[in-house]
Design a binder for this molecule. Structure first.
Ligand code: ATP
Length: 572
């Protein structure tokens, strides 16, 4: 249940004014203190107020018309049923409200008929109120709302103590993880002032460190949103739900924000930069993206992994090409440029402006894990990468780049980084790295990636994500990767004819996919075939992967089992 507190709230919740005769100051002071306490604890005292109201109603009804009691059960059932349809309540809340209305109605019926003072009705009322009050008192969001009410009331004084004197809470919303408030700054104050005061605000509100977030309001320099988290929704790893995308045009769900909203980013026509220190979860984010892209029939995936293929090898069966040495990487990027030329030519012929991906004309995504390795070991490839970054968008050739620290040197100059329109910043070691990954000025605007405290936590700057909101990526396990890669390996698309023709003349000598290696091994096998252990060693792939391909090719007559456990190409 969400509830907005606005100016209306202030009008209807202003402190009560107590009027009393000017005779006894002590009595007057006691009355003021009591009425203030009753007002302050009105939410906690609500069950007692309901009990008193029920008793008085029963007293009046019993004295006026005790025979009217049959009307009460009918209206009770109608009211209780209405609570079940309330759209803002969750099912447990509806069940509690239903039970409370039914119990109150039953008691009121009996008390109207027999009189509220007739035993055991008073005892029953007391016991039922006490039992019914427990879930009310324990209710997490009721307590959160009360805390928010009190904070709003205390803010004028607190704002001075936390260094934001004159700022105001304009409205507040309680949600599943805590609450957030629209704040108005005093003229002259800036969001940067609020960001600088975050630790003081946390101390003033009495929260744990790290519970308060400040987000600028893009529409007004004198306003911001203050997010207060009662509990950290990112405290534990969030399991990967598996691939959700079926087309490269679908935004990919890579994790969740703190308010449980999903983080969806587009990779079609948008180059992606993933930055973060070692062990911050870069490969996890890459795996989440690859897991979804592997399930899409309109994108071909190429990979460059200069850490010996450690990160991308598990996806080999879904990658059309995988480069693991600097020479292979340079050749791969060269080929991607040839594809760009061929596609540009094809588009010119068809008088089209952009390459629209389909299963027959797939997009091409080049994944580069640890870009700094590429600039270090294959500097000649940097121009090719930059050319893809500059020209690739319209031609549906996209880069997905991960790096530990995207300095000018590591990125081979700033040209590539400036083309990356989607930035994912995981934990960085130094404050200034935030501006390196995201862009200049982002640290000052509240994108505090240096304070992220667990792997997989990140900030994202992309279309539709322009505020500094913390998110956590799904945890993609090795098992998830194995299962997803095996599931989609046989249904990957091939490049379109213009793209294939553009690279055909240079493919000789470049790295080939495990599938191609397997086919060559079968094609050159002796008449007695090659053993499965040999095929495993030649391709570097698992037994199940080998058998999946062999059986698929055997079904189409492409390969045959020469003898038990030995296979070759069908030459008949
Ligand atoms: N989203 C996540 N949730 C929880 N744990 C995660 C998440 N992502 C990664 N981890 C854990 O963090 C550790 C490091 O992750 P990962 O290898 O992805 O980091 P990295 O930044 O790629 O590291 P390196 O730079 O050394 O390659 C792993 O043990 C992994 O299980």
């Amino acid at each position: 249940m969400r509830r907005a507190y606005s100016r209306r709230w202030r009008r209807s919740h202003s402190d009560p004014i107590v009027v009393f005769p000017d005779r006894s100051p002590l009595f007057a002071l006691a009355l003021v203190a009591l009425s203030k306490a009753l007002f302050r604890y009105r939410s906690e005292l609500a069950p007692v107020a309901v009990m008193v109201a029920l008793y008085v109603t029963a007293l009046v009804l019993h004295h006026r018309d005790p025979g009217a009691w049959p009307w009460i059960p009918a209206s009770t059932v109608a009211t209780a049923t209405l609570t079940l349809w309330h759209p803002r309540y969750r099912s447990e809340e509806k069940a509690c409200a239903f039970a409370a209305v039914m119990a109150a109605g039953a008691w009121l019926t009996a008390a109207t008929a027999y009189g509220p003072g007739t035993a055991p009705l008073p005892t029953l009322l007391l016991v039922t109120t006490a039992v019914g009050a427990v879930p009310w008192w324990m209710h997490r969001r009721r307590r959160a709302r009360v805390r928010v009410d009190r904070t709003i009331r205390a803010w004028p004084g607190m704002s001075e103590r936390v260094g934001l004197a004159g700022s105001k809470i304009q409205s507040a919303v309680v949600d599943a993880w805590g609450w957030r408030a629209s704040m108005v700054l005093r003229p002259g104050q800036t969001v940067a002032d609020a960001v600088a005061q975050v630790p003081a605000i946390e101390s003033g509100l009495g929260t744990r460190p790290g519970a308060v977030r400040v987000e600028a309001d893009p529409a007004h320099a004198g306003r911001f949103v203050m997010r207060v988290l009662a509990a950290d929704p990112h405290a534990t790893a969030i399991p990967w739900p598996g691939p959700q995308s079926t087309s490269v045009a679908d935004p990919i769900d890579i994790g969740v924000f703190e308010d449980a909203e999903h983080v969806r980013i587009s990779v079609l026509r948008r180059h992606v930069l993933i930055g973060g220190t070692t062990d911050s979860g870069k490969s996890g984010v890459l795996n989440g993206l690859l897991g979804n892209l592997a399930a899409c029939r309109d994108v071909v995936l190429w990979g460059i992994d200069l850490k010996g293929g450690m990160e991308l090898r598990p996806w080999a069966s879904c990658l059309d090409r995988l480069a693991t040495t600097p020479a292979e990487a340079a050749a791969l990027l060269d080929d991607a440029n040839r594809i760009l030329d061929a596609r540009a030519h094809a588009l010119g012929r068809d008088a089209s402006r952009v390459w629209k991906p389909s299963a027959q004309r797939p997009a091409l995504i080049v994944v580069i894990d640890e870009y700094a390795e590429l600039t270090d070991t294959a500097p000649e490839a940097v121009d090719s990468a930059e050319s893809i970054a500059r020209r690739g968008r319209a031609l549906a050739v996209t880069l997905l780049v991960a790096t530990q620290r995207p300095t000018q040197k590591a990125m081979g100059g700033g040209a590539l980084r400036s083309q990356m329109s989607t930035r994912i910043c995981l934990r960085v070691r130094e404050r200034r790295d935030v501006d390196l990954v995201l862009d200049r000025g982002m640290l000052a605007a509240g994108w505090h990636a240096h304070t992220l405290d667990a792997p997989g936590k990140f900030y994202v700057l992309a279309d539709g994500h322009t505020r500094p909101r913390r998110a956590r990526a799904y945890l993609v396990t090795d098992n998830d990767v194995r299962r997803t890669a095996a599931h989609h390996a046989n249904s990957r698309p091939s490049l379109d004819a213009p793209s294939t023709n553009a690279t055909d003349d240079v493919l000789e000598g470049t790295v080939i996919t495990p599938e191609e290696t397997l086919w060559r091994a079968l094609d050159t096998a002796p008449a007695t075939g090659r053993s499965v252990p040999d095929l495993i060693q030649l391709t570097g792939m698992k037994r199940t992967w080998i058998y999946d391909r062999l059986h698929a090719w055997a079904r189409t007559g492409r390969a045959v089992q020469a003898s038990r456990g030995r296979w070759r190409a069908n030459r008949d």
